[in-house]
Design a protein around this ligand. Structure first.
Ligand code: NAD
Length: 368
């Protein structure tokens, strides 16, 4: 089997600490499951600025382009807050996403039984929740032209943005959505605002065409975005895979994230276009940031990053069994009562980042 080229970019703050725990799992996989990765590590964000004078050096970007997958921690921190705009750590993140052409953002929202009480919603509404929101990431309202703020002849000012999608842009995100649905329960809900916005009338027409021509085995439904927001908090378990426009997805995925109640538990994946062999550029990262308030204290929850690595195994390397093993280890460790501070509950044992990482590896040993 060809070597699996994995680039690790820990970034700043707790990004560095949580990535140490992922490295433990990678080592475990090499030792116990005979899965070897061709690993390299690079700098991004503030740590890259300190060394290279830029938040993403050209060589690091070239390494990312050549890798089969990139695993990222988080970027940013007060040390770099006052840098000029183009040097800020977050610019490194935006640049790598853009250059890699990552147009599909996968945000699963899963509620593990042990954490059902962490949600602000009633436990019966969220227990067992397992949905996937797919957000289009490089088009739509956030990138459409024309955009800007103008002063009109009468002195009034006008601010404007454009919601625009071409058929290829809709079809490529549609295919990712249908493929995801195929890997799950074969149900896809496409979210739009086709009662008001022409652009999303086109979106809906293209989704229907795609279903009829390429994915007749997947059940496709449609929902207006306002209703989708309501349904997500009313009865989120009705959904499986949802696909939507960039801004709608930004809002809905944060809403879904809060169903789970904890930032430290949320993984994500961003995928690019498939090449001739069906291989996609891919970047996996936790949803949380660099958490300067707890950085360097061995307090961060490493599970979002560990589960981002599980997503990497599933979506970049087709290693579903190994991904499930890691997810099962996470579930069992939580069931056993270990908690980092962010998910601490009465009667549970509060542990450090390191202890949580070690516990996952011990559980992997048991499961194997
Ligand atoms: P944040 O996600 O870093 O932190 C928000 C709160 O959640 C903090 O109280 C933090 O301690 C807590 N938290 C986050 N992740 C945690 C974890 N794994 N375990 C335990 N607690 C956790 O967001 P912020 O405070 O708004 O931003 C801090 C810095 O991170 C800023 O510089 C921001 O620009 C950057 N940021 C980066 C990313 C990214 O790299 N993808 C995302 C968001 C924010």
């Amino acid at each position: 089997m060809a070597a699996k080229k994995l680039l690790i970019l820990p970034g700043d703050g707790i990004g560095v600490e949580v990535m140490v725990q992922v490295r433990r799992i990678i080592e475990w996989m090499a030792k116990r499951r005979n899965v070897a990765f061709d690993l390299s590590e690079g700098l991004i964000g503030g740590s890259a600025y300190d060394v290279h004078g830029t938040p993403l050096a050209d060589e690091t970007l070239a390494d990312a382009m050549a890798a089969d997958a990139v695993l990222l921690g988080a970027v940013g921190g007060p040390k770099w807050d006052n840098l000029p705009f183009q040097d800020k750590p977050e610019r490194g993140l935006l640049k790598i996403r853009k250059e890699m052409g990552l147009f599909a953002n996968l945000r699963p929202a899963t509620v593990l039984d042990a954490l059902a009480d962490a949600s602000t919603l009633k436990a019966e509404v969220v227990t067992g929740l397992d949905i996937m929101i797919l957000r289009e990431l490089t088009g739509g309202l956030y990138f459409g032209e024309p955009r800007g703020i103008e002063t009109l002849p009468n002195g009034d000012r006008k601010g404007f943005n454009t919601l625009v999608y071409t058929t290829p842009e809709i079809v490529r995100i549609g295919r990712v959505a249908f493929d995801l649905a195929r890997k799950r329960s074969k149900r896809l809900c496409s979210v739009d605002k086709a009662n008001v916005l022409e652009c999303t009338v086109l979106w809906r027409e293209e989704m229907i065409k795609l279903q009829q021509t390429e994915y007749p085995d997947v059940e496709l439904t449609h929902m207006y975005v306002d209703n989708a927001a309501m349904q997500l908090v009313r009865n989120p378990k009705q959904f499986d895979v949802m696909v939507t426009e960039n801004m709608f997805g930004d809002i809905l995925s944060d809403c879904a994230a809060m169903l789970t109640g904890s930032l430290g538990m949320l993984p994500s994946a961003s995928l690019g276009a498939a090449d001739a062999d069906g291989k996609r550029r891919a970047l996996y990262e936790p949803v949380h940031g660099s958490a300067p308030d707890i950085a360097g204290k061995d307090m961060a929850n490493p599970l979002a990053t560990i589960m981002s690595f599980a997503m990497c195994l599933r979506y970049s390397f087709n290693m579903d069994e190994d991904a499930e093993l890691i997810e099962a280890a996470v579930k069992n460790v939580l069931k056993g009562g270990l908690r980092t501070g962010d998910i601490m509950q009465p009667g549970k044992a509060k542990v450090s980042t390191t202890v949580m990482g070690e516990a996952i590896v011990r559980e992997l040993d048991k499961l194997k």
